[in-house]
Ligand binder design. Structure first.
Ligand SMILES: [Zn+2]
Length: 175
Protein backbone atom coordinates (compact mmCIF):
# COMPACT_ATOMS: atom_id res chain seq x y z
CA UNK A 1 0.00 0.00 0.00
CA UNK A 2 0.86 3.61 -0.13
CA UNK A 3 0.60 5.04 3.43
CA UNK A 4 -2.99 5.72 4.61
CA UNK A 5 -2.04 9.41 4.84
CA UNK A 6 -1.33 9.59 1.12
CA UNK A 7 -4.61 7.92 0.20
CA UNK A 8 -6.19 11.10 1.62
CA UNK A 9 -4.51 13.22 -1.05
CA UNK A 10 -6.95 12.43 -3.88
CA UNK A 11 -10.25 13.16 -2.03
CA UNK A 12 -8.71 16.31 -0.53
CA UNK A 13 -7.48 17.47 -3.95
CA UNK A 14 -10.92 16.81 -5.49
CA UNK A 15 -12.58 18.77 -2.68
CA UNK A 16 -10.24 21.72 -3.14
CA UNK A 17 -10.47 21.62 -6.94
CA UNK A 18 -14.27 21.36 -7.19
CA UNK A 19 -15.08 23.63 -4.24
CA UNK A 20 -17.61 23.45 -1.42
CA UNK A 21 -20.70 23.95 -3.64
CA UNK A 22 -20.04 20.66 -5.44
CA UNK A 23 -18.20 18.88 -2.61
CA UNK A 24 -19.71 19.91 0.74
CA UNK A 25 -17.89 18.72 3.91
CA UNK A 26 -20.12 15.65 4.31
CA UNK A 27 -19.25 14.46 0.80
CA UNK A 28 -15.55 15.08 1.51
CA UNK A 29 -15.79 12.79 4.56
CA UNK A 30 -17.50 10.09 2.47
CA UNK A 31 -14.79 10.47 -0.20
CA UNK A 32 -12.04 10.09 2.43
CA UNK A 33 -13.77 6.95 3.72
CA UNK A 34 -13.94 5.54 0.16
CA UNK A 35 -10.23 6.21 -0.34
CA UNK A 36 -9.25 4.47 2.91
CA UNK A 37 -11.70 1.54 3.06
CA UNK A 38 -9.91 -0.76 0.57
CA UNK A 39 -7.08 -1.29 3.09
CA UNK A 40 -9.49 -2.91 5.56
CA UNK A 41 -8.39 -6.10 3.82
CA UNK A 42 -5.01 -5.76 5.58
CA UNK A 43 -6.87 -7.00 8.69
CA UNK A 44 -7.25 -10.30 6.83
CA UNK A 45 -3.49 -10.82 7.10
CA UNK A 46 -3.90 -11.06 10.89
CA UNK A 47 -6.98 -13.26 10.50
CA UNK A 48 -5.00 -15.76 8.43
CA UNK A 49 -6.31 -14.83 4.96
CA UNK A 50 -3.26 -15.22 2.66
CA UNK A 51 -2.11 -12.11 0.76
CA UNK A 52 -2.69 -13.83 -2.61
CA UNK A 53 -6.26 -14.98 -1.72
CA UNK A 54 -9.10 -13.26 -3.70
CA UNK A 55 -10.08 -11.56 -0.42
CA UNK A 56 -6.46 -11.12 0.68
CA UNK A 57 -4.64 -7.77 0.77
CA UNK A 58 -4.95 -5.91 -2.57
CA UNK A 59 -7.66 -8.37 -3.62
CA UNK A 60 -11.38 -7.67 -4.07
CA UNK A 61 -11.54 -4.50 -1.93
CA UNK A 62 -8.91 -2.90 -4.21
CA UNK A 63 -10.84 -3.75 -7.41
CA UNK A 64 -12.62 -1.33 -9.72
CA UNK A 65 -15.83 -3.28 -9.05
CA UNK A 66 -15.58 -2.56 -5.32
CA UNK A 67 -14.89 1.13 -6.13
CA UNK A 68 -18.06 1.33 -8.27
CA UNK A 69 -20.09 -0.42 -5.53
CA UNK A 70 -18.75 1.94 -2.84
CA UNK A 71 -19.52 4.97 -5.02
CA UNK A 72 -23.04 3.71 -5.78
CA UNK A 73 -23.84 3.05 -2.11
CA UNK A 74 -22.16 6.29 -0.98
CA UNK A 75 -24.06 8.39 -3.54
CA UNK A 76 -27.34 7.26 -1.92
CA UNK A 77 -26.24 9.45 1.02
CA UNK A 78 -25.73 12.49 -1.27
CA UNK A 79 -29.01 14.25 -0.34
CA UNK A 80 -28.20 13.81 3.36
CA UNK A 81 -24.85 15.60 2.94
CA UNK A 82 -26.21 18.30 0.61
CA UNK A 83 -24.56 17.00 -2.59
CA UNK A 84 -25.94 16.14 -6.03
CA UNK A 85 -26.09 12.33 -6.43
CA UNK A 86 -24.33 12.29 -9.84
CA UNK A 87 -21.48 14.52 -8.60
CA UNK A 88 -21.26 12.45 -5.40
CA UNK A 89 -21.02 9.23 -7.44
CA UNK A 90 -18.09 10.50 -9.53
CA UNK A 91 -16.24 12.06 -6.59
CA UNK A 92 -16.60 8.83 -4.60
CA UNK A 93 -15.68 6.65 -7.58
CA UNK A 94 -12.48 8.59 -8.31
CA UNK A 95 -11.58 8.55 -4.59
CA UNK A 96 -12.20 4.81 -4.19
CA UNK A 97 -10.54 3.81 -7.49
CA UNK A 98 -7.53 6.02 -6.75
CA UNK A 99 -6.66 3.68 -3.88
CA UNK A 100 -5.96 0.64 -6.07
CA UNK A 101 -4.38 2.78 -8.79
CA UNK A 102 -1.91 4.35 -6.32
CA UNK A 103 -1.11 0.94 -4.82
CA UNK A 104 -0.59 -0.28 -8.39
CA UNK A 105 2.21 2.28 -8.74
CA UNK A 106 4.14 1.01 -5.70
CA UNK A 107 7.33 -0.95 -6.08
CA UNK A 108 6.55 -3.83 -3.72
CA UNK A 109 4.05 -6.43 -2.58
CA UNK A 110 1.71 -8.29 -4.88
CA UNK A 111 -0.21 -6.54 -7.65
CA UNK A 112 -3.81 -5.32 -7.47
CA UNK A 113 -6.82 -7.48 -8.43
CA UNK A 114 -8.31 -4.60 -10.46
CA UNK A 115 -10.84 -6.86 -12.21
CA UNK A 116 -11.96 -8.97 -9.24
CA UNK A 117 -14.37 -10.81 -8.96
CA UNK A 118 -14.20 -11.45 -12.75
CA UNK A 119 -10.47 -12.16 -12.71
CA UNK A 120 -8.30 -12.63 -9.63
CA UNK A 121 -5.11 -11.88 -11.55
CA UNK A 122 -2.98 -9.23 -9.86
CA UNK A 123 -1.68 -6.27 -11.85
CA UNK A 124 0.65 -3.31 -11.44
CA UNK A 125 0.50 -0.16 -13.55
CA UNK A 126 3.39 0.31 -15.99
CA UNK A 127 4.81 3.06 -13.69
CA UNK A 128 5.94 1.83 -10.27
CA UNK A 129 7.75 4.81 -8.80
CA UNK A 130 6.02 4.97 -5.37
CA UNK A 131 8.08 3.37 -2.58
CA UNK A 132 5.89 0.66 -1.03
CA UNK A 133 4.81 1.36 2.55
CA UNK A 134 5.68 -1.20 5.26
CA UNK A 135 2.58 -2.92 6.68
CA UNK A 136 3.77 -2.60 10.27
CA UNK A 137 3.35 0.90 11.75
CA UNK A 138 6.61 0.59 13.74
CA UNK A 139 8.59 0.23 10.51
CA UNK A 140 6.95 3.37 9.18
CA UNK A 141 8.77 5.43 11.84
CA UNK A 142 12.20 4.53 10.54
CA UNK A 143 14.57 5.53 7.74
CA UNK A 144 12.55 3.38 5.40
CA UNK A 145 9.45 5.31 6.47
CA UNK A 146 11.16 8.59 5.58
CA UNK A 147 12.03 7.25 2.14
CA UNK A 148 8.38 6.21 1.65
CA UNK A 149 7.11 9.65 2.69
CA UNK A 150 9.60 11.43 0.41
CA UNK A 151 8.46 9.34 -2.56
CA UNK A 152 4.77 9.92 -1.75
CA UNK A 153 5.32 13.69 -1.43
CA UNK A 154 6.82 13.68 -4.89
CA UNK A 155 4.54 11.26 -6.72
CA UNK A 156 1.20 11.64 -4.87
CA UNK A 157 0.99 14.92 -2.97
CA UNK A 158 2.73 17.19 -5.51
CA UNK A 159 0.42 16.19 -8.43
CA UNK A 160 -2.63 16.39 -6.12
CA UNK A 161 -1.67 19.90 -4.96
CA UNK A 162 -1.28 20.85 -8.65
CA UNK A 163 -4.81 19.52 -9.42
CA UNK A 164 -6.22 21.33 -6.37
CA UNK A 165 -4.57 24.63 -7.37
CA UNK A 166 -5.65 24.28 -11.01
CA UNK A 167 -9.26 23.66 -9.97
CA UNK A 168 -9.21 26.46 -7.42
CA UNK A 169 -7.62 28.83 -9.97
CA UNK A 170 -10.19 27.86 -12.62
CA UNK A 171 -13.07 28.44 -10.21
CA UNK A 172 -11.66 31.82 -9.16
CA UNK A 173 -11.36 32.90 -12.80
CA UNK A 174 -14.88 31.77 -13.68
CA UNK A 175 -16.41 33.02 -10.43
ZN1 LIG B 1 -4.18 -0.58 -0.38
Amino acid sequence: MATPLSHLAVPLALTAALGPDLVPPGLMILAIACALLPDLDALGLWLGIPYEHPFGHRGFTHSLTFAVALAAVGSLLAPAVGAQPAIAFWVLLVSAASHGLLDGMTNGGLGIAFFSPFSHRRHFLPWRMIEVSPLSPSELFSWRGLRVLRSELRWVWAPCVAVALAGWGGRSLLG
